[in-house]
Design a protein around this ligand. Structure first.
Ligand SMILES: NC(=O)c1ccc[n+]([C@@H]2O[C@H](COP(=O)([O-])OP(=O)(O)OC[C@H]3O[C@@H](n4cnc5c(N)ncnc54)[C@H](OP(=O)(O)O)[C@@H]3O)[C@@H](O)[C@H]2O)c1
Length: 277
């Protein structure tokens, strides 16, 4: 039995990695503020206990490797993990994010075995994260509606992460996980409208209007900063606008399309809930 830690083990990819491991008979330790023992990125006193006895770990940083302080946190955690005898790290990183690449380098140069899983934007942003509310309201206003994005499914990311955690032939590699197609926000809203059988209005707005709208809704400044960064630096980065076939290479099957994700998600009923005003 391997001792595996999943940091962010109740999050979008982490909880799916936990499921994958449990299906293989492995009971991983979960790193989250609500787990026992508790792990908090903002409280280093919680780090030693969670890492003790661990051989391999999947690391997701919250909220994003691009935020101030992420690099320092990844650096401290990586060196503590090495000191405590962790043999392998699988880091979830972001495609087209310069700051995330700096975090990758820390792990790659640490002397610990590693695999980097470098992901494009998640499909689940539309059902488990910040694009869900506009879908529920029926009014989706976004900038950059024609930019092509290889949205990737969190289930595919998790299956890749679990595979590379357990299989050392991927040590030393950067695995780029993208969906199988380039798709725009407009396409996505159309697909969700059709699969959920709901009328959704799409409006093209400027990034400035989008940011002003978030501020008026009193979304916290650090969240607004991150979303502005993701739109202005990550979405527009040509590195993020490419389909890569690493999911097929690792899993031996095609990556999930956005349509497949949307059909499955519509069946859960999450997009049919009417937002209470
Ligand atoms: N979303 C995307 O489209 C996208 C694309 C590419 C890369 N990424 C990368 O994905 C990573 C996030 O992964 P994810 O989406 O799988 O996770 P997530 O859903 O954003 O993370 C939630 C998890 O983090 C834990 N958490 C939150 N605050 C914490 C804290 N202060 N200390 C310890 N744990 C904390 C939560 O548990 P508790 O609340 O119980 O603590 C939960 O387990 C980011 O680093 C981002 O750069 C995201």
């Amino acid at each position: 039995m391997e001792n595996i830690l999943v940091i962010g083990g109740t999050g979008k990819t982490g909880r799916r990695v936990v499921e994958q491991l449990k299906n293989k008979g492995i009971e991983p330790r979960i790193g989250s503020r609500n787990a026992s023992p508790s792990f908090d990125w903002d409280n280093k006193d919680t780090w030693i206990e969670i890492l003790s006895g661990i051989e391999k770990m999947y690391v997701t940083y919250y909220p994003d490797l691009a935020v101030p302080g992420a690099k320092e946190a990844i650096e401290s955690l990586t060196y503590l993990a090495k000191e405590l005898g962790v043999k392998k790290m699988v880091l979830l990183s972001g495609k087209g994010e310069t700051e995330a690449e700096a975090c990758e380098k820390i792990v790659m140069n640490s002397g610990v075995d590693y695999t980097i899983v470098r992901a494009s934007w998640f499909n689940q942003s539309w059902s488990e994260s910040f694009f869900l509310d506009p879908i529920l309201s029926g009014e989706v206003a976004l900038p950059m509606s024609d930019i092509l994005i290889p949205f990737v499914d969190a289930n595919d990311i998790a299956e890749v992460a679990a595979t590379v955690l357990l299989n050392d032939t991927y040590n030393g590699e950067i695995i780029e996980v993208t969906g199988p197609e380039l798709i725009t926000f407009k396409d996505i809203v159309n697909i969700i409208s059709k699969t959920s059988n709901r009328k959704l209005n799409f409006y093209e707005i400027t990034l400035e209007q989008y940011i002003d709208g978030m501020k008026q809704m009193q979304i916290p400044d650090d969240v607004v900063w991150l979303i502005e960064y993701l739109f202005s630096h990550v979405l527009t980065n040509p590195k993020n606008q490419q389909v890569v076939n690493d999911i097929e290479r690792v899993l031996g099957r095609k990556a999930k399309t956005f349509l497949e994700y949307a059909q499955e998600t519509a069946e859960t009923g999450i997009w049919s809930q009417v937002e209470v005003q």
